[in-house]
Write a protein that binds this ligand. Structure first.
Ligand SMILES: [Zn+2]
Length: 344
């Protein structure tokens, strides 16, 4: 089968790899209907050390089950499913709490152990706990938004939940990438009254406004903090969604939150130590978040997608086949494209 293989920073190729197959009796084999390139795929794209074997990339997909192992009970061949970016058993202590990204037996797609979904097919471990069967057909108009349930929409929602977004409150979203934009959708959906997006890409800001952002802060650093303070009566936002992971973004997030407020972090931190540790301590800031248990959120978000109340699929600004994926990495890395959907 054909798959996207990253060999080193900046070196992404489409190659023939051994077909995905059932290995364990709890596996499912899924033919990929749509996958996509994630902002987090750009971290290895910038920094990966050369690898002998390469890594089959991709952790977001929707697809159709081709076959299941003998122990799989909850899903079956022919099911149209969402594949969350983490696989999980659905039964352990953490899965039962809705924290599937900490599953004792789980893990993540798209690394040297478990191959990713930017491919014609993918092996899904622990299929019963991992895959979410959809009761809808493969309606082309819905596919982009259904695909976001495998990561970015669930991740934006997680940021909003972790930041304790409540009706009538002020939310600030740091980052105008796909997750930040989905964070705006999530904040509006949870009833925030004022939603301030911090970002400076004109087309992304325009989309953020359509998704419900009420204010835009395009300044950076201290000026951005000042501007958010001005917009919030000098106090800062109740809830801040940190959707980038850079030191500067984390610092900004912790600086625009008001005393007693909460920051929901979903940008994978690119630093080892927490910026603004002292300031956030003296302001009694709650710092929460982490890898989103998107599997837990599908049930809540799906009706809004199916009934058209939210349309997170609008974050995709380009569709490509597998041959276009290497250039898609380049385009996203150069901020020429926001998020690229793959039709294998
Ligand atoms: Zn588990």
């Amino acid at each position: 089968m054909r798959a996207t293989v990253m060999h080193a920073a900046g070196d992404v190729r489409i190659e023939n790899v051994p077909d995905a197959t059932i290995i364990n009796p709890t596996d499912a084999l899924v033919t990929v209907t749509r996958a996509c390139i994630c902002g987090s795929d750009l971290w290895p794209y910038k920094s990966m050390e050369p690898s002998d074997t390469g890594v089959v990339m991709g952790h977001e997909a929707i697809g159709v089950i081709e076959a299941v192992g003998s122990d799989v009970r909850n899903v079956k061949a022919g099911d149209f499913v969402v594949m969350p970016f983490a696989w999980s058993d659905g039964t352990c202590e953490f899965c039962r709490q809705g924290l599937q990204t900490s599953c004792i037996h789980g893990g993540f797609f798209g690394n040297e152990e478990i191959r990713g979904a930017q491919a014609e097919a993918v092996r899904v471990p622990l299929a019963d706990g991992t895959l979410y069967p959809l009761s809808v057909g493969q309606d082309d108009a819905l596919l982009p938004s259904l695909l976001t349930l495998s990561d970015v929409m669930g991740t934006g929602h997680h940021a909003a939940v972790a930041a304790k977004t409540r009706p009538g409150k002020i939310v600030a979203v740091v980052g105008d990438g796909a997750v930040g934009l989905c964070g705006v959708i999530a904040a509006k959906r949870l009833g925030a009254e004022q939603i301030i997006i911090l970002g400076h890409h004109r087309d992304r800001i325009a989309l953020a406004r359509e998704f419900g952002a009420t204010d835009v802060v395009s300044e950076r650093g201290d000026e951005a903090v000042e501007r958010v303070k001005e917009l919030t009566g000098g106090l800062g936002a109740h809830s801040v969604l940190e959707c980038v992971g850079h030191e500067q973004a984390i610092h900004t997030a912790l600086s625009v939150v008001r005393a007693g407020g909460a920051v929901g972090r979903v940008g994978a931190p690119q630093v080892e130590t927490m910026p603004a540790a002292r300031e956030s301590f003296y302001s009694n800031i709650t710092i929460a978040g982490g890898p989103a248990p998107v599997r837990a959120y599908i049930e809540e978000l799906l009706p809004d997608v199916l009934e058209g109340r939210i349309n997170p699929g609008r974050v995709f600004d380009k569709v490509t086949d597998l041959d276009g994926v290497p250039d898609g990495y380049r385009a996203m890395n150069e901020r020429e494209s926001l998020k690229i959907m793959i039709k294998p």
